[in-house]
Every structure is written in structure tokens, then in C-alpha cells.
Design a protein around this ligand. Structure first.
Ligand code: CS2
Length: 463
């Protein structure tokens, strides 16, 4: 079986699109931290399109923040990989050539710092997941960026645009704060230079990208006719909304399909509360009910009615924006979630819940309660996260709760009031909110006595 590489690229079947540019002419313009499937199926394609449009300065240096696994798959392929867009029975594949180099942060932090300080680099992007923003060690993303900026200033180089692409509210400001914490107070010259020469625009990124499995790779050998150990599968939809605040040269983002705006907040709230909120609700409720994928949940009799109730509660909490039609947005989500080709596993979404539910479920829930509005679907979703922490589903099957705060959570799993008291997860308004404790305790009991299916059905008939 032929494995994808520069030497075998012209043997890839002609229905698979190939990089439309000479890769030897590409220079590095972007350093991306967090080389997961999401980046490879999302931002990397925008840079690949910029290169294909003849703008050769936007090659990507990809940095793995933890393991060498992705480098070890990509290097034998000359960093080429395939993105397969799947919609029901349709497949469209494309080989991406935008990755120029791959570094593994824990093995070679100095090279990562040098890459950030490269004079040709104008942009640093990040997908380091929600928990990536808590690490305070110097090898953390913020530490690497601070060290790279230190070198840039020392060498009299221009500043940078540093762009968080993680699913967090106000991600630009969060990253700026993390970098300035890494800089510390000892170096006020650097802090001033960063304030003047570096921008941290907020962004909203959206594309559903399931984790690639060995079975996906094996299937592509048959369907695609070549071996690719680094392929990614994704959906047709892709969206990137970026706050228009750049420190230096950028690709022509508008021409590449990116939405530029002065205020990302409405998009970010719609994404976090409607898409990601529904995802987390489905992950815990569906996971408890013994379902495997997102489309299993959507196809269940209670699937669409539950999602509609959840969105009826969350959508009114989203800031309005002229270009954002929330009814259309939710209808589109239903279609996207129902795409069976993705096989997007609920267990993947359930990971790191303590880092996700505050912005996805707790924030809209608290806003609803503050105005005296109904919040039963959101309450049930939060209770499902709590029940999930007990590590056993409704069929009696045990699983490991994959969460950085698991040790803190597990001793109080099953106790709604004690869980709501955890200040590492919940804001003060949640910890001292009797209406919230009552609502969530009720749904937790429903889940314990009726199971997730029964609790959803009871919620739907009562609301
Ligand atoms: C998902 C997201 O795993 C998760 O938490 O909700 O990865 C989701 O698929 C993406 O944000 C979609 O853009």
C-alpha cells in the first residue's frame, strides 16, 4: 500500500485535491500551538488556501504541546495529510501541504521559542483546549509565547498577532492575561512592548472534527487507495470569526472565507451556548442512556424535542447581532448533528467537562434563573454532568471520568449542593443560589430513579 508523501503525491487518485502550489517556495508565517485534529481540519486549510492563492508566506510550523505521536505520523509523510469531508454518503478529500515543520514542545521548547521569534512569522494561533489556559508552568503555551516575545523584542523584530482559537468566552483577553502572567512583573519593559506591539484578538472557530481512529485509517486505505496515518475526517461546515485587530501582516482573511468583526461576542456565545452546550448535554444524557454518537442522540425519539427545549432556553441569553439569525443557526445545528457519516462519539465530547460546562451550560442557566425564566432543559443537562461523575451509566456499565479535576469531583459526585460549591468550577452566583440547588437536585433524583431516557421524557411532558 502506497503511503502518502511528497514522492508519492502524484500517485494519489485524481479525485483527491492536491496542494495547488510549489511547496518548496513556501515560507513559515504562522506558528500553531496544539497540533490536534481540529487545527488540521480547520485553520490549516485557510492557510493552505492562502498558499494556493499565491501568498507563499503563510506556511505553518505546527507544535504538539504534549506527545510526539502526531510528529511521528506526519514526518514520514513529509507533513502531508488528507482532510476528508463527509456528509451522509458523500466524501470529498483533499491533501493539505501547509504544514512545513513540526515541533514537540516538551522535547524542544527552545526550538518552539525560536520559531515564534522567526522574523517571517507574524501570527501565532492556538488550539490547546480549555484546560490549556490553566497551566502556569513555563512550558505552557503562554510561557512559550512570553519567551518568544522576549526574543523578538531583544532582536528588534516587530510584534505579533496572537490568536486563541479555543472554545472559551473572551479567549483573546484570557490568553493576553495568561501571557502577561508568564512575563511577570519583573520585566516591565517587555510588558510595555507587548502592550504596544502585540495583539490578542478574540476568535470563534467552528467545525466538528471527530478524533481519528485506526478504523478510519484502515477504511481510507480501501476507499482512498493510499495510506495516511494522519488523516482527519470532518463535516462540510466550517466557520472562523475573528476580531479585526492585527499587529502586522495577515493573509487576506476576508477573501479566504473568514468573517472579520469588531465584536466576536455574539458569535462566541451562539457557538458556546447553542452548539457546544447542546454537545455537552447530549454527551452526558446520551452517554448515561447508553448511546454512542451524536447522531444516535438526534435520531432518538426524544432527540430533537430535547434539543429544541434546550435552545429555547439558551438562545434568548445570546447577545443579538445583525448577521446572526439564531433560528437558522439552530436548524443548521440539527442538520450538522444528524450527519451520520461523522460518527462523532459522545464519549469524546464528555472529556474535560469541568472545563466546558461553566460557559456552555452554567452561564445561560444562571442568566435564565436571574430573570425568573424556565430552565428545566439546562437544569437537566447540568444534573446529567453530575450523574456522569459517578462513573456508571444507566445500563450499569462503568467508565473512567476523564477530567483534570476528577479527584476533586469524585468524592462529592452525586451531591448536587456539594458539587455546586466547588469554586474551581462554579462562579459565586452558582454556589449561593438556592433556586439552582433545588432545580439541579430535582433533576439529579429524576436521573437516578428514571434513567436519562425517562428523565428527558418526563422533562418534555412537564414543560
Ligand atoms: C465539542 C467541540 O468536544 C467538544 O467539546 O463540543 O469539540 C465541538 O465539536 C467543536 O467546538 C465544533 O466546532
Amino acid at each position: 500500500m502506497t503511503r502518502l508523501s511528497a514522492a508519492t503525491l502524484d500517485r494519489v487518485p485524481s479525485r483527491v485535491r492536491r496542494p495547488g502550489y510549489d511547496r518548496t517556495r513556501v515560507r513559515a508565517g504562522v506558528v500553531h500551538l496544539g497540533l490536534g485534529a481540529f487545527h488540521r481540519a480547520h485553520q490549516a486549510l485557510v492557510f493552505d488556501d492562502a498558499l494556493a492563492a499565491g501568498d507563499h508566506g503563510w506556511g505553518v510550523v505546527g507544535v504538539s504541546m504534549r506527545s510526539a505521536a502526531m510528529r511521528d505520523r506526519l514526518v514520514p509523510q513529509d507533513k502531508l495529510y488528507t482532510v476528508i469531508v463527509e456528509n451522509h454518503s458523500e466524501r470529498e478529500a483533499r491533501v493539505v501541504g501547509a504544514l512545513l515543520d513540526i515541533l514537540v514542545a516538551p522535547e524542544e521548547p527552545a526550538r518552539v521559542i525560536e520559531a515564534i521569534a522567526d522574523p517571517g512569522v507574524h501570527l501565532v494561533t492556538l488550539t490547546i483546549t480549555e484546560k490549556g489556559y490553566h497551566a502556569s508552568r513555563s512550558e505552557s503555551a503562554a510561557g512559550l509565547i512570553a519567551a518568544g516575545l522576549f526574543l523578538r523584542r531583544q532582536r528588534n523584530l516587530p510584534g505579533l498577532t496572537v490568536m486563541s482559537c479555543d472554545n472559551l468566552p473572551n479567549n483573546g483577553e484570557r490568553l493576553r492575561a495568561a501571557v502577561s502572567k508568564s512575563v511577570g512583573t519583573a520585566n516591565s519593559g517587555l510588558a510595555d512592548w507587548i502592550a504596544m506591539s502585540v495583539t490578542f484578538p478574540s476568535t470563534m472557530v467552528d467545525r466538528i472534527v471527530p478524533a481519528t481512529t485506526g478504523a478510519d485509517i484502515a477504511r481510507w486505505q480501501v476507499e482512498g487507495g493510499f495510506e495516511d496515518q494522519a488523516l482527519v475526517r470532518t463535516e462540510p461546515f466550517s466557520q472562523w470569526v475573528v476580531e479585526d485587530r492585527f499587529a502586522g501582516p495577515m493573509p487576506d482573511l476576508g477573501a479566504l472565507g473568514v468573517t472579520l468583526t469588531a465584536d466576536v461576542r455574539p458569535w462566541e456565545q451562539a457557538k458556546l451556548r447553542l452548539l457546544n452546550g447542546a454537545h455537552s448535554a447530549m454527551a452526558y444524557l446520551g452517554g448515561l442512556a447508553g448511546l454512542t454518537t451524536v447522531d444516535d442522540f438526534v435520531r432518538a425519539p426524544f432527540g430533537e424535542p430535547f434539543l429544541r427545549s434546550l435552545w429555547d432556553e439558551s438562545a434568548p441569553t445570546v447577545t443579538r447581532a445583525p448577521r446572526l439569525d439564531l433560528t437558522h443557526y439552530c436548524n443548521r445545528l440539527l442538520e450538522r448533528f444528524g450527519n451520520p457519516a461523522l460518527e462523532h462519539r459522545l464519549a469524546q465530547i464528555a472529556i474535560d467537562g469541568s472545563q466546558k460546562i461553566p460557559q456552555r451550560i452554567v452561564a445561560p442557566l444562571l442568566e435564565r434563573l436571574a430573570t425568573g425564566a424556565e430552565a428545566t432543559a439546562l437544569g437537566l443537562a447540568l444534573a446529567a454532568w453530575m450523574r456522569w461523575q459517578q462513573g456508571v451509566n444507566d445500563l450499569g456499565r462503568a467508565f473512567t471520568v476523564d477530567d483534570p479535576l476528577a479527584e476533586l469531583i469524585s468524592p462529592v459526585a452525586g451531591d448536587a449542593a456539594a458539587l455546586l460549591g466547588l469554586e474551581q468550577i462554579f462562579p459565586p452566583e452558582a454556589r449561593t443560589n438556592p433556586a439552582l440547588v433545588k432545580l439541579v437536585s430535582y433533576h439529579l433524583r429524576q436521573l437516578e430513579t428514571l434513567g436519562a431516557r425517562g428523565a428527558i421524557e418526563a422533562m418534555l411532558t412537564h414543560s
